[in-house]
Ligand binder design. Structure first.
Ligand code: F6R
Length: 607
């Protein structure tokens, strides 16, 4: 979603802001802009579309100035256009904003009644007009902020530039994250640490309700009551090198290939390979006494939750549910006081998941987060967090975040199973061993890339694609369909293989590739029967199974992907690799914007 950057600097601000915005491109956006102070006055360049358009504008009409703010906008209120692109400004003040001002309609009506002439369709302009109104009456920038912020309802991160004040920018957050970066005689503001990565390692995250006056030599931070507060400055582990593509064409390709390493890193932090014992950080819960697990998440993270639901029930014999976060609160689930609610998220900022966790906490539930971003709202707000060590995930389509979520969840499930007496030490040790083998099995699966790229030719020509699987492979089928849809724009559906005969079988003909995920295990034979059913109706089966499964069913299949042998428990992690590779290569063939597919945002911070 939208990205914010700001600098109170010593050199030219515009090139630095443009570079920082490029590092935020991964969040997804449809217009962009920069404002700086030129001779004390606000000057802006904005453009609809990708950052190259803004770069062209800046090349044609450069912006001088050492203090400025920049933004990539993912449209919510008002279509993507130059007029709606941020910074939104008057001659006195310019604002960039992430989030939604929920009372914008009332504020707009009030301000228009007082004579304000709005120039955009955005909710953000209400913030600009409120600030402008206060400044016009002689308020200082600090007074204008203090008067404006309490009037805003909803979620926001803001960076504000004031005419005539080359020495400051102001920042504020409620609901949306915002970081302040400490440089050498220069200060920065960014919506996440990635934006600031090459500029500084010293980062301070504003807390809920904070606002700050950022000067060249430091920042003064106030809490929501206007009291000055100290916030810890941390060294971020994110380096500029980590956010590059290396020798890969796309971030997604790089991130797919990083999986053996990052799954290994995640497992190493929770599993001792020598003793094959799970060692979790203190979660503040007695896993032996937990009565049920409610898993909540969105998108790919939800699919990690759905796999974990099955694991909790089958392996740990713990009743478990998996909910799509945006539905969770509204179906008013009955939460057990002795249960745990687990939120799963790469970014730790997804508003639907955050809201579900806040709701669960308000009901008195114990809330755990499985997150990739250590400094995220979910990591901070949950009672305890299990981190996935995927490193920054830049491609919009989630890959390594998913498999590391599964790795962390698998460790939690084994620990729960052992604590509850559902697993003997030997059984727990055997499952731990299955996980220890996952990094090398994913590396082996990656070696199938050329074969999968050849199959992609066939899939790229299709209008619809069906993915089938049973058990956790059904969840993988849905994840495969989601991956294909979002980056190649081909319609795809993931279905339980056994349910196909109750409806979707009507879709099958020679034009619809049917991708069947059939890892070895108790459900293989049943899935093999479903392959027969598809074949009998002229369907083109692409089978992903182990070598024995592929050999056996090859006569019924258009293509096979012979996977390494894996323990059925670990199969959902390893079988994620071929579905990711297939979606990736189809998208490359179709020439879509793989890392930033249309309409999508990396971190979805609106409901
Ligand atoms: C799909 C994808 C999304 C995210 C979803 C949740 O490839 O990336 O479906 O999984 O938006 O995001 P997080 O995990 O950050 O909460």
């Amino acid at each position: 979603m939208c990205g914010i950057v700001g600098v109170v600097g010593r050199g030219e601000a515009a090139p630095l802001l443009l570079e920082a915005l490029k590092r935020l491109e991964y969040r997804g956006y449809d217009s962009a802009g920069i404002a700086t102070l030129v001779n004390g006055g606000i000057a802006r360049r904005r453009a609809e579309g990708k950052l190259v358009r803004l770069a062209e504008r800046l090349a044609a009409e450069p912006l001088a100035g050492t203090t400025g703010i920049g933004h990539t906008r993912w449209a919510t209120h008002g279509r993507p256009s130059e007029a709606n692109a941020h910074p939104i400004a008057t001659p006195r003040v310019a604002v960039v904003h992430n989030g939604i001002i929920e009372n914008h309609a009332e504020l707009r009506a009030e301000l228009e009644a007082e004579g304000a002439a709005f120039e955009s369709e955005t909710d953000t302009e209400t913030v600009v007009r409120l600030l402008d109104h206060a400044l016009a009456r002689g308020a200082s920038p600090e007074e204008a902020m203090a008067a404006t912020l309490p009037r805003l309802q909803g979620a926001f991160a803001l960076a504000v530039l004031f005419a005539g004040r080359n020495d400051i920018i102001m920042a504020a957050r409620r609901g949306s994250p915002l970081a302040i970066g400490f440089g050498d005689g220069e200060m920065y503001v960014g919506s996440d640490a990635l934006a600031l990565a090459p500029l500084t390692e010293r980062i301070c995250y504003l807390e809920e309700g904070d606002w700050a006056v950022v000067r060249g030599e430091g920042a003064t931070i106030f809490d929501s009551a206007g009291r000055p507060v100290e916030r810890a400055i941390r060294r971020t582990a994110i380096s500029g090198a980590m956010v590059g593509k290396g020798n890969y064409r796309h971030f997604m390709e790089k991130e797919i290939h990083e999986q053996p390493a990052v799954i290994g890193d995640t497992l190493k932090s929770y599993l001792d390979p020598a003793s094959r014992r799970i060692t979790l950080p203190d979660l503040g819960v007695d896993l032996a006494a937990v009565s049920r697990a409610a898993l909540v998440a969105c998108g790919t993270s939800f699919y990690a939750g759905q796999v974990a639901r099955d694991w909790f029930e089958q392996v740990a014999r713990l009743p478990a549910t998996a909910d799509i976060a945006s539905e969770f609160r509204y179906r008013e689930p009955v939460l057990d006081p002795a249960g745990i609610v687990l939120g799963i998220s790469q970014s730790g900022e997804t508003v639907d998941t955050l809201a579900a966790l806040r709701w669960a906490k308000a009901q008195g539930a114990r809330v755990l987060a499985i997150v990739n971003v250590r400094e995220s709202a979910m990591a901070r707000e949950a009672d305890a967090a299990l981190l996935t060590l995927a490193g920054p995930e830049i491609g919009v389509a989630s890959t390594k975040a998913f498999t590391t979520q599964l790795a962390a969840l698998a460790c939690l499930v084994i620990a729960t199973g052992e604590a509850r007496g559902a697993l003997t030490r030997e059984a727990a040790s055997a499952l731990a061993q299955a996980l220890i083998e996952v990094p090398s099995q994913t590396a082996e699966a990656l070696e199938l890339e050329r074969r999968i790229a050849a199959i992609a030719d066939d899939v790229a020509a299709a209008r619809d694609v069906l993915y089938l699987g049973r058990g956790t492979a059904w969840t993988l089928a849905m994840e495969g369909a989601l991956k294909l849809k979002e980056i190649s724009y081909i319609h795809a559906e993931g279905y339980p293989a056994g349910e196909m005969k109750h409806g979707p079988i009507a879709l099958i003909d020679e034009h619809v590739p049917v991708i069947v995920l059939a890892p070895p295990g108790p459900l293989f034979e049943k899935t093999a029967s479903n392959v027969q059913e598809v074949h009998a109706r002229g369907g083109r089966v692409i089978l992903v199974s182990d070598r024995a499964g592929c050999e056996r069913l090859a006569p019924l299949c258009a293509h096979t992907v012979p996977m390494p042998a894996v323990h059925p428990f670990a199969a959902p992690i390893v079988y994620a690799i071929p579905v990711q590779l297939l979606a990736y290569h189809v998208a490359v063939l179709k020439g879509t914007d793989v890392d930033q597919p249309r309409n999508l945002a990396k971190s979805v911070t609106v409901e």
